[in-house]
Design a binder for this molecule. Sequence first.
Ligand code: NAD
Length: 493
Amino acid sequence: MAQATPTLRPDTASDLLIDGELVPGSGGTFDVVDPATEEVIGQAAQADAADMDAAIDAARRAFDHTDWSRDHAFRAHCLRQLRDALLAHTDELRELTVAEVGCPVFLTHGPQLVGPITDLGYFADLAENYAWTTDLGEASPLGIKNHRELRAEAVGVVGAITPWNFPHQINFAKIGPALAAGCTVILKAAPDTPWCAALVGRVIAEETDFPPGVVNIVTSTDHGLGEQLCTDPRVDLISFTGSTDTGRKVMAAGAPTLKKVFLELGGKSAFIVLDDADLATACSMAAVNVLTHAGQGCAITTRLLVPRSRLDEAIATTKSTLETLGAGDPNEPGTMCGPLISERQRDRVEDYLRLAREEGGVIETGGRRPAGRDRGFFIEPTLISGLDNSSRVAREEIFGPVLVVIPHDGDQDAIDLANDSPYGLSGAVWGTDPDRLNAVVNGVRTGTMGVNGGIWYSADVPFGGYKQSGIGREMGEAGFAEYLEIKAVATPV
Ligand code: NAD
């Protein structure tokens, strides 16, 4: 094992991790841009199809010809070693993450950095303590007495494809359980956040005992490398997080080789305020939720459903919170809403704001680039009213700090509105009566629900979507099981 590196700052001569070696991209490099300043802050390695081929080959060989998948204790050791090495680099990782992702620095103390690194320990514990075998006892099918046993085994080679919004959280939510289960991995990082992945590759290569080929990290602006992972017969499972449109392509590309496909996709989640709720608190929390990280979270609640009789009051409170918090420099500890990731993403949000106006919506606040910020991909936190649940801004994922407020006519109407969506990823409900709250939780078809501000995010809580928000679960034991096959073994006794 080599000495700890004094700095993690990416070195484009060695940004890819393939077969245990840090190597340059065969396609040269591409720019890494700070979304808060629009400045090019460095370069990332541009992998090409041959690099991806080498990464898949290395992962296949490591799975087929080493003990990795069977040595549970060694895997736990490597995961804990990676966690500890990354935690020792927290300050530098924090600085580079905020620069590359544009995320508010306060989030790096949780899901944007320290949380997911710490969670590697949870997956290490699973590797060590999981019930890898289950004794089913004896049975006599066809009159022959057999002893039966189930064995959980790693799926094999995993292609992990990730987006840019919470890169560490999503990269580790795939790498962690896949490696704990005994798989080998090729991580294809998002083109907007290559460093978050490359830095981990460097730490794995230089500061841990992971054997060559077990983890491979590939960065590129070419989405085709993701497709290559989906079509290559040497890959057994695709673990994908991204948009629902890309998820459909991933599923189709994996079909000819009947790949296991595990999808974490988009959302348009509802925040339901019941008529017995403390409306001011509830609406302020809905505002905070939608502006956090500029609304770039799949599970963020972007539809605010409020009692029709209290619509004006709800608009006033929500608007006031959005305006008070505003958008700001992500390096400031008090900032909750930083920039969007890219010009392309800001264009997309601005297109939706134009559409909202065309559809007859009222922009109650926001809807523009903040005054005085001529650099950075910022958008003011925005509240839209005057549209119903059939409008496109209420149905489609915008992925910006944009909240649509819609009146409801009682609990069942709120449930129906929440469910009137192609998505079913997350949701929230606020109220007083436990029976009514429980009925809403039961009625909404979605993978997670927060009650009166409840936070479900944690390594041991499975996360994922109903309907077109995905297939499968990430995190928790259910997420770990996505990376396992079950082998039934019978022996005559
Ligand atoms: P995206 O779908 O554009 O890209 C995601 C990843 O897929 C990137 O690495 C990209 O290079 C790759 N890719 C693109 N085309 C591909 C193809 N044809 N085959 C294989 N890979 C391909 O998504 P994005 O813009 O990076 O991220 C935002 C989206 O991610 C939003 O829709 C958001 O809801 C979703 N998301 C979902 C979750 C979840 O857990 N459900 C979490 C975060 C983000």
